[in-house]
Design a protein around this ligand. Structure first.
Ligand code: PEP
Length: 271
């Protein structure tokens, strides 16, 4: 029998191309103050939070979060290049992310895949570069509406997962990855996957992770250590139902992460 693993829920805010230096710092400050107030009250937060601000405020937000002790805070970039340096105008490297004091990166977000046409191979190379640099990658996968309608959801997410982790040859490397399931049809649309729909895909992804661990010389049970976040129109009023599912270990939040009260409401829903 597999021992149940206690995976601390992670509530992550993807700010996308929103917030200036001033408004981003104010948003992070308001959220941290809210978390500290919860910590000072009855309940110690049973969750961790993450901020993915625009690259322009990464260093300031990371600095603000350093030393915050009411809960663990991860700060990360929304994307990065797989190469160390060079003629890649507009891009940032793993070393630059680290030099901002950040420790994570979103990779393969649906907007990167479908607006900027990033390929599976590029995303896989970025995941490897992040892990090699000891940066925690959040590998996003998710099907488009037409793929769901054609019953291709599992095929699509299995392929995206496999390609995303292809460069990780050791089980220990795989353990450092966070996965986010974000159905494209639920991102920024106000449509959310039902808890049962989301759980079905999360459970499937966890099984796939078991196979991936075995392929890398690890144990299938190692899949239980991986956090799989759900993303797609998560709000305070649907968070607790979604996060109540066995294999949903947190949320990747876009729109609702730009308002401190909404973000805190989602955090509280994860308890
Ligand atoms: C996202 O961009 O990762 C996301 C889930 O956005 P939203 O919460 O706005 O749907």
């Amino acid at each position: 029998m597999t021992e149940p693993v206690n995976r601390t829920p992670l509530i992550a805010g993807n700010w996308k191309m929103n917030t200036t230096l001033e408004s981003g710092v104010a948003l992070a400050k308001n959220i941290l103050e809210g978390v500290a107030a919860i910590d000072a009250g009855f309940s110690t937060p049973g969750w961790e939070i993450a901020f993915y601000p625009p690259a322009t405020s990464l260093a300031l937000v990371a600095d603000l979060c350093a030393g915050f002790d009411a809960c663990d805070v991860l700060v990360g970039a929304q994307n990065m290049h797989a190469e160390d340096s060079g003629a890649f105008t507009g891009e940032i490297s793993a070393e630059m992310v680290l030099s901002c004091g950040a420790g994570s990166v979103l990779l393969g977000h649906s907007e990167r895949r479908h607006v900027f046409n990033e390929t599976d191979a590029e995303i896989g190379a970025k995941v490897k570069a992040a892990v090699d640099a000891a940066i925690t990658p959040v590998l996003c996968v998710g099907e488009k509406l037409e793929e769901r309608d054609a019953d291709k959801t599992m095929e699509v997410v299995a392929h995206q997962l496999e390609a995303g982790i292809e460069g990780l040859t050791e089980a220990e490397q795989l353990k450092t990855v966070i996965v986010a399931y974000e159905p494209v049809w639920a991102i920024g649309t106000g449509r959310t996957a039902s808890p049962a729909q989301a759980q079905e895909v999360h459970g499937f992804l966890r099984k796939e992770l078991g196979k991936a661990f075995e392929k890398r010389g690890g144990k299938a049970e190692d899949r239980e250590t991986i956090r799989i976040l759900y993303g797609g129109s998560v709000k305070p009023d649907n968070a607790s139902e979604l996060l109540g599912e066995t294999d949903i270990d947190g949320a990747l939040v876009g729109g609702a992460s730009l308002d401190a009260q909404s973000f805190l409401g989602i955090c509280e829903g994860s308890n």
